[in-house]
Ligand binder design. Structure first.
Ligand code: 3PY
Ligand code: MG
Length: 256
């Protein structure tokens, strides 16, 4: 496994991606051709099961775009299944706080960092890959390449952010601006001082621990703004929204 997004981040580059809900491998290839760095296959809000996610990950690999998966809940099987089929990172929604962040590391990283269950499935080249004869090297490689990124979407998580980021095995944090702003009592008021300072606290905590800070942006302008503020990665829009706005713009121009 080669996580190209992680390589870019380690080289100091900013990465741009999108959320992916269409479930179409053709759309995955098309997005990759567009030049984005990563996609987040959305099993939380999108209608995507594990079998569909597997085909999407293959399509992403074929076109060199990094496939991350937003899992639906914090359970051992949700974490394990997507990592075993080849997700190069997991985005984990609504993590309540420290205890659940610890669980994520336990489920998603192999020893000595966590206690991920081992099976020589797809992500392990079915036991015939580069590390076939050295299980500890296999574990070390995957611990490095696969990223565990909890989402900051609650007050409790925000209040524990500094401690969570100290944990070995947590590679970064992803801010869910809608859910975090709702938790702060300011739904979608992203420029409200309380919301903006919460975002800043997460960003500063990531920078202080040298972990990666991601956020969702509903528009390209907002994405640009977040990069200016210092975010490492931004997921902009959702694939199907882009299809709609693309066709709406064509309709507008044809009718103009
Ligand atoms: C949020 O804003 O809460 C998100 O989860 C973005 O996808
Ligand atoms: Mg959310």
């Amino acid at each position: 496994m080669r996580n190209l997004m992680r390589e870019k981040l380690l080289n100091g580059k900013k990465v741009l991606g999108t959320f992916f809900q269409s479930g179409s491998e053709a759309v995955m290839e098309a997005i990759a051709v567009s030049g984005l760095d990563f996609v987040i296959i959305d099993k939380e809000h999108g209608p995507i099961g594990v079998e569909t996610a597997l085909g999407l990950i293959r399509a992403a690999e074929l076109r060199n775009i990094t496939p991350l998966v937003r899992i639906k809940d914090i359970s051992r099987s949700s974490v394990l299944k997507v990592l075993d089929i080849g997700a190069q990172g997991i985005i984990v929604p609504a993590v309540p706080g420290i205890d659940d962040a610890k669980k994520l590391v336990e489920y998603g990283k192999y020893i000595p960092i966590g206690a991920r269950g081992a099976a020589m499935g797809r992500a392990a080249d079915f036991g015939h890959g580069e590390y076939a004869d050295d299980i500890m090297a296999h574990f070390a490689h995957h611990n490095e390449q696969t990223m565990i990124i909890p989402m900051c979407e609650s007050v409790e998580f925000l209040e524990s952010i500094e401690e969570i980021l100290q944990m070995d095995g947590i590679d970064g944090v992803f801010i869910g601006p809608f859910d975090l702003s709702i938790a702060l009592g300011k739904p979608a008021q992203f420029s409200d001082p309380a919301v903006a300072s919460a975002f800043e606290r997460v960003l500063k905590a990531c920078q202080a621990t040298r972990k990666f800070c991601f956020i969702y942006a509903p528009t390209a302008e907002k994405a640009k703004d977040y990069f200016r503020q210092g975010f490492d990665g931004v997921a902009v829009e959702i694939d199907l929204q882009v299809v709609i706005s693309g066709y709406k713009e064509i309709i507008r121009r044809v009718k103009a």
